[in-house]
Design a binder for this molecule. Structure first.
Ligand SMILES: Nc1nc2c(ncn2[C@@H]2O[C@H](COP(=O)(O)OP(=O)(O)O)[C@@H](O)[C@H]2O)c(=O)[nH]1
Ligand SMILES: [Mg+2]
Length: 231
């Protein structure tokens, strides 16, 4: 509980056995539940996560978004939901920066911006920096809401998140949430967060294939929502 609000953390994880226990250990004590959504990791991620005190859900459908959607079934709409990566690149101890504006009623969604914060050299790849900047510029141009990053570390009101009716099964999850927040004028803020080199191997931006797939998916979603806005 934080300022009388229940706080639940969702961590999508794929083969993060080296990092997941350290991520969970650094999560502040005020968090009520930690849910690790495992996508059939071939390493010991699930076991390491449950030994570290997390609830583990198993999502057979591969994909970051699919993992988040399954984890959300374990959460309470009255909670504040915090998303965090499982590779120890975020600083879980900075969670109050994201949660407190929501408990204070200043916002319903807070994005942790690595662009506005301090990143360790090499923690963000040049295509990632450019891609996030371009996506944020387009969201501002099309829907008039300013963001500086599509950062994974973020907090949102549980009810607001379910009202956004999230659908994306993989790399489009973060941008879908920000597009829908902009389209529905959800009171949103950013907070500068720190970012460091991950432990282990990247599944997305650290690979050419992952970067191209993620980049295409992100720009494709922006184009789709701009040209064929769902009623
Ligand atoms: N469950 C699940 N998690 C994933 C998948 N792909 C990536 N992740 C997790 O999502 C987070 C971000 O992925 P990562 O490889 O670090 O991408 P990067 O930060 O863009 O390099 C990490 O915690 C990964 O373990 C997936 O297909 N399923
Ligand atoms: Mg990462």
């Amino acid at each position: 509980m934080r300022q009388g609000r229940k706080i639940e953390v969702v961590i999508p994880a794929l083969n993060e056995e080296q990092a997941i226990a350290r991520v969970i250990a650094d999560i502040p004590d005020f968090v009520d539940q930690i849910i690790v959504a495992d996508n059939g990791s071939s390493d010991d991620t699930a076991n390491c996560a449950s030994q570290a005190g997390a609830v583990v859900v198993h999502q057979p459908e591969r994909g970051y978004g699919a993992a988040c959607l399954l984890a959300l079934e374990q959460t309470d709409e009255r909670s504040i939901i915090v998303f965090l990566d499982g590779d120890y690149s975020d600083f879980p101890e900075e969670m109050p920066l994201l949660v407190d504006p929501i408990t204070a009623g200043k916002a319903q969604m807070v994005i942790g911006s690595r662009a506005a914060g301090t990143s360790q050299r090499g923690a963000l790849t040049p295509p990632q920096i450019f891609g996030n900047w371009l996506a944020c510029r387009l969201i501002d141009l099309i829907w008039g809401l300013k963001f500086t990053d599509l950062g994974p570390f973020r907090a949102i009101e549980g009810k607001a998140l379910s009202d956004l009716d999230m659908r994306d099964q993989n790399f489009g999850w973060t941008v879908e949430m920000q597009i829908k927040a902009a389209r529905s004028n959800l009171p949103s803020l950013e907070a500068p967060v720190s970012y460091k080199q991950r432990i282990g191997v990247s599944k997305v931006s650290g690979t050419v294939k992952g970067s191209v797939l993620a980049g295409t998916k992100i720009l494709g979603l922006i184009a789709r929502y701009a040209l064929f806005p769902p009623r």
